[in-house]
Design a protein around this ligand. Structure first.
Ligand code: NAD
Length: 351
């Protein structure tokens, strides 16, 4: 079988990871490098020449570009990893679909607006392109083992999924996705939220609130609680999964193992061994890349698919829309914009 020809858009620079960029495509490239029997990294692109040259040198990529459209036109790529900031995801994904690729693996959050999320997913479906988003925590031991405990009836029937994080959108995108995973991708029915936003918090050039709280319910009746910023201490975990006969804590802030369970009648949490894995890795992105490559080669759907990313993104945008409307938002979400950005534009939050 011919190897997949892989290209990269937005190489970034991985040497000083932080709010101005993590160079996430370097991590994608390390994942592809482990699959040298299946893929060939042939081209990479960044607006900044020095970054693309460094990336090409590190991973032995022969062809470099500073214009991604030129790369797409010249390289006959099968698969493209996109790691630019969210404002540009939709435009670049649409151009990459139009170039005739088989697979696109794009960084999260899906897009700047809810409308763009739907546009990308629809375009990929029309063209038969495997479009996936890098919600890599799905491939982490604490999360997988938590799901196994839940599925083995260890804590009874799922009643609530709670999560705490820095924000609703940039990091929260992962948490919404994992919450959906724990509830077997049941769609969210409604979301009701409030936020506090006084200190400008642009993450990858997108406004993120300073603090939020939201309650939500899935179609199957399971409830959810999301808290961000200083309020995340209310949940005190990355995720807290509450069943009819116990609860599971992932990344608890009270110490002990990254995964803990407390069954009905037990007063103490029990540590579950996850080896050296914590909430952020290691190895998650490599497994995500292996999965999306396999999905392209074997014509199957990856669990990082756009349909699952939509399930995570809709309540995320609905939470901000709930604040804008001062009301509960029943899904499907009909507002296609980014409600927090709109509220900042309208002067509701003069940050
Ligand atoms: N999955 C995760 O856990 C995780 C972690 C951090 C960041 N992210 C996400 O990854 C995405 C990118 O973040 P990053 O940290 O890699 O950013 P980065 O700033 O390190 O890299 C982005 C690169 O894209 C380049 N770029 C921008 N527009 C371009 C264009 N039109 N053509 C070619 N190159 C272009 C920039 O020059 C920059 O070098 C964001 O959506 C972010 O939220 C995901």
């Amino acid at each position: 079988m011919a190897k997949l020809r892989v290209g990269f858009i937005g190489t970034g620079d991985e040497r000083s990871p932080g709010p101005l960029g993590y160079g996430m495509n370097h991590q994608h490239a390390k994942g592809y490098k482990e699959l040298s029997d299946k893929v060939e990294m042939v081209a990479c692109c960044d607006l900044i020449e020095e970054r693309v040259q460094r990336f090409a040198g590190l991973y032995g990529i022969p062809n470099t570009y500073t214009d991604y459209k030129a790369m797409l036109a010249a390289e006959n790529l099968d698969m493209v990893s996109i790691s630019t900031w969210p404002h540009s995801h939709c435009r670049i994904v649409l151009d990459t679909i139009a170039a005739g690729v088989k697979g696109i693996h794009c960084e999260k959050p899906m897009a700047f607006t809810w409308g763009e999320c739907k546009t990308m997913a629809a375009a990929a479906q029309r063209s038969g392109v495997k479009l996936t988003f890098n919600h890599q925590r799905r491939f982490g031991a604490p999360f997988r083992k938590a799901k196994e405990l839940l599925d083995s009836d260890d804590i009874g029937e799922l009643r609530q999924v709670q999560w705490g994080a820095g924000d609703n959108y940039d990091y929260g995108s992962h948490n919404w996705d994992m919450a959906s995973y724990f509830n077997d991708h049941n769609p969210v029915k409604w979301v009701m939220a409030q936020i506090h936003y006084t200190e400008k918090n642009l993450v990858f050039d997108v406004h993120n609130e300073n603090q939020a709280a939201a309650i939500f319910q899935y179609e199957n009746g399971v409830h959810g609680l999301m808290v961000t910023g200083p309020g995340k201490d209310l949940v005190a975990c990355h995720h807290r999964i509450i069943g009819s006969h116990g609860e599971i804590a992932i990344g608890p802030n009270w110490g002990g193992s990254v995964l803990q369970v407390r069954r009905a009648g037990q007063s103490q949490w029990q540590d579950i061994d996850c080896g050296s894995e914590h909430c952020h890795g290691p190895g998650y992105i490599e497994r995500a890349i292996a999965d999306v490559v396999d999905a392209v080669l074997s014509h199957r759907t990856s669990e990082l698919c756009a349909a699952n990313a939509l399930l995570a993104s809709e309540p995320m945008f609905a939470a901000w829309e709930s604040v804008r409307q001062r009301s509960r938002i029943d899904l499907p979400l009909t507002y296609d914009g980014n409600a927090l950005d709109q509220m900042v534009f309208d002067g509701v939050y003069p940050v």
